[in-house]
Write a protein that binds this ligand. Structure first.
Ligand code: NAD
Length: 260
């Protein structure tokens, strides 16, 4: 159990991030849910997790593409709980286009949300983690942090960058009881993937079923989507004491995709 620990999970009001926040709460962590803005829906999610797990739940509003908003949110969390023990960098977006047509602003948005955000949250927690000689940083990268696919230049670059950031963070902090690892999921059925199914169906001019079978799951040898719960449980393990010697790793959870 992780009683008293405080975990910030970015982009955690849907999909994988929400699954991770719920799992960490189940393990006894106080959790901070994050999205751009607080709303009736985010209040309800916080209350649900509080009720289910009996932990403290805080909402941290921040647009994760903004360094200023991230540093403000992290300072608010530190003020409320007096510590941040675990950070899961999960917020992410996708944009699919040929490089020659890729809008510059989309490139900037994907790189700042998916990669620079992890640098800013990590920078904000290191001193406290070093003082307490314990910390866990998990970067939710992707199978696309290890291999490429066409039309996803910004996403693949950002997710590969995240694996690089993970390794540097791990080496710098290894002697302080702080680990940093990347989790690299294959396709997990979430709102982000739902949007990609439609985008790809349009760009390839094929039905949705074919996008799923012939594009998304073609390299996933299990021939099924990865479950949110599978990613959440792997992440929670990496955040536990038992994972203290795992650091700098980029761990695939992708049904065999990168083994091929
Ligand atoms: P999702 O769209 O359900 O969740 C992404 C979350 O990030 C959302 O809660 C969204 O509100 C939040 N977010 C996006 N931009 C933000 C911003 N600027 N500020 C604050 N929050 C922001 O998607 P998901 O599939 O759960 O993806 C979660 C992470 O997992 C992403 O980093 C994604 O790249 C990664 N991932 C997903 C898959 C997959 O197949 N679903 C596979 C590999 C990696």
């Amino acid at each position: 159990m992780q009683n008293e620990k405080v975990a910030v999970v970015t982009g955690s009001t849907s999909g994988i991030g929400l699954g991770i926040a719920k799992e960490l709460a189940k393990q006894g962590c106080n959790v901070v849910l994050n999205a751009r803005k607080q709303s009736a829906e985010t209040d309800q999610l916080c209350n649900e997790i509080k009720k289910e797990s009996g932990v403290n739940v805080m909402f941290g509003a921040a647009d994760m593409s903004s360094a200023d908003q991230i540093s403000k949110m992290m300072a608010e969390v530190d003020k409320k709980f007096g510590r941040i023990d675990i950070v899961v960098n999960n917020a992410g977006i996708q944009h699919v286009a040929h490089i020659e047509d890729f809008p510059n602003d989309k490139w900037d948005q994907v790189v700042s949300t998916n990669l620079s955000s992890a640098f800013h949250t990590t920078k904000a927690v290191i001193r406290g983690m070093k003082d307490r000689k314990w910390g866990r940083i998990v970067n939710i990268s992707s199978a696309h942090g290890l291999v490429a696919s066409p039309f996803k230049s910004a996403y693949v670059a950002a997710k590969h960058g995240m694996v690089g950031l993970t390794k540097v963070t791990a080496l710098e902090l290894a002697e302080f009881g702080i680990t940093c690892n990347a989790v690299c999921p294959g396709y997990v059925y979430t709102p982000l993937v739902e949007k990609q199914i439609d985008d790809q169906a349009k760009s390839h001019g094929i039905p949705r079923e074919n996008v799923i079978k012939d594009i998304m799951l073609v390299h996933q040898f299990t021939k099924r989507f990865v479950e949110v719960d599978e990613v959440a449980k792997l992440t929670a393990f990496l955040c536990s004491d038992a994972a203290g010697s795992i650091t700098g790793a980029a761990i695939p959870i992708e049904g065999g995709w990168v083994a091929n």
